[in-house]
Design a protein around this ligand. Structure first.
Ligand code: PEP
Ligand code: CO
Length: 450
């Protein structure tokens, strides 16, 4: 441990400048909530978090692939068991397509059970001609277009914790209690997906898996006792943006004495909060979770290496994932120098492609959208660059939902510009629907095979 590391505490970030924090109007009320959260049970346990680091070390070594997916922003409004189940179904379907199609173990991680805070490009936004403080996620304020709704309310931190706890509870039940059993592979295909070409293609894979399971059983293999066929490990993650909340959930592990941010298994630093001397980097360097770092087009190769040094000075494999989000147009030019610098520095990172956040634009009708063609183009550029540099394209990070929304354009069953208004339901950025998500999984499986 360096002297730097020993001076770290869960609150040492408070001496640094913290980007993107809300202007809480009542500091006393904020402190009360944070104190209370500091006494609440952790949402995850240090042992699980360490297990994820080992699993991600397999990805860093090129022996597994990470699928990280979920809402841009979870919402208090859209909080139902069905919504959680349907999101899980899509992620399980994508994982099946990847595992079956590419023969690579898939690490399944949700942007879920804590993804409630959003960094914003501007502190205000104009809605119907009226300028309002920006919506910063349900953990902070309300998206309703009224000035009062936009005032940060610390009670929302408590609500975000409560919703995360009950989401986590359901996810644990679903993934360990039979729902994620490989024998259920058909039931993950929702009606609106199953009726499409993508869904039919999935049905054929599911039938193949069922045949393989019957074949193994007929050979005398005791499938009932194979836990990996009946349960999945599903990990939670979010952007650890609101540092007071993350600090309150940071606990010392009684076994190792190390600190863990127990708000999720995996947390990441956003592209807007990765200042090397800023509060987010300070907080992240001291927690022992595996962490992610978003890298947008403004990062230089030297800066990327400096951030790796700060976040993973002892170079633990699986500790650090670099999530590039460069845009389809520029990824081919910007990614190779980043890859070379990090590779040559010897940092054992997991390389992940976020093909969403560099490809957002306004549709003709003024909706924030993304086109699946651009999303797939950035993934293609990511695979090409890593293949050329001899590094492992370790994963994808996408925004999706299990619902039949019309937020992103394109796909085999194409969503058109004129259809965006039909079911545009996101609390923040546009998400892929279930069919588009499967399209993406087929494409990634091809690239992994290729
Ligand atoms: C996000 O992942 O929702 C996000 C805001 O990403 P970025 O920090 O990469 O812009
Ligand atoms: Co987003």
């Amino acid at each position: 441990m360096t002297s730097d590391a020993s001076s770290w505490t869960p609150s040492s970030w408070r001496a640094r400048s913290a980007a993107q924090q809300p202007d809480w109007p009542d500091e006393g009320a904020l402190d009360d909530v944070l104190k209370r959260l500091g006494t609440r049970p952790p949402l995850v346990f240090a042992g699980e978090v360490r297990q994820l680091t080992s699993t991600l070390a397999e990805v860093a070594a090129g022996r597994a692939f990470l699928l990280q997916a979920g809402d841009c922003a979870e919402s208090f409004e859209a909080f139902t068991a069905d919504a959680i189940r349907d999101k899980l179904k899509v992620i399980l379907q994508m994982a099946v397509v990847l595992t079956y199609g590419a023969g690579v173990p898939v690490v399944k991680m949700g942007r879920i059970a804590g993804q409630f805070a959003k960094p914003r490009s501007s502190p205000t936004e104009v809605v119907d001609g009226v300028e309002l403080p920006a919506y910063r996620g349900d953990m902070v304020n309300d998206m309703t277009a009224e000035p009062a709704a936009r005032i940060p309310d610390p009670g929302r931190l408590q609500r975000a914790y409560d919703q995360s706890a009950s989401t986590m509870n359901l996810l644990r039940a679903f993934t360990k209690g039979g729902f994620a059993d490989l024998n259920q592979v058909h039931t993950w295909n929702q009606e609106f997906v199953a009726s499409s070409a993508e869904g039919q293609r999935y049905e054929r894979i599911a039938a193949g898996i069922e045949r393989a399971l019957r074949f193994m059983a007929a050979c005398g293999i005791d499938l009932a006792s194979e836990a990996t066929l009946h349960q999945v490990d599903f990990w939670t993650s979010h952007e650890a943006l609101i540092l007071g909340y993350e600090e309150a959930l940071t606990r010392r592990d009684s076994l190792t004495g190390g600190w863990y941010d127990c708000s999720a298994h995996f947390v990441w630093v956003g592209d807007r909060t990765r200042q090397p001397d800023g509060a987010h980097l300070e907080f992240f360097r001291g927690i022992n979770n595996p962490v992610g770092l978003k890298l947008g087009p403004t990062v230089s190769p030297d800066e990327a290496v400096e951030l790796c040094d700060r976040l993973n000075p002892t170079r633990i494999p699986g500790r650090l994932s670099l999530i590039t989000r460069l845009g389809a147009e520029r990824a081919g030019e910007l990614l190779p120098p980043l890859i070379r610098a990090v590779r040559d520095s010897g940092h054992p990172v997991v390389w992940v492609c976020d093909p969403m956040h560099g490809n957002t634009y306004l549709s003709a009708g003024g909706r924030k959208t993304r086109h699946l063609d651009h999303v797939l183009a950035e993934i293609g550029a990511f695979f090409r660059a890593h293949r050329a540099e001899g590094t492992w394209p370790g994963g994808v990070h996408v925004e999706l939902t299990g619902d039949d929304v019309t937020e992103c354009l394109g796909g085999a069953e194409e969503v058109l510009d004129s259809q965006l208004d039909l079911r545009y339901l996101t609390a923040c950025d546009p998400r892929l629907n279930g069919r588009q998500s499967l399209d993406l999984a087929y494409r990634v499986a091809e690239l992994l095979r290729g």
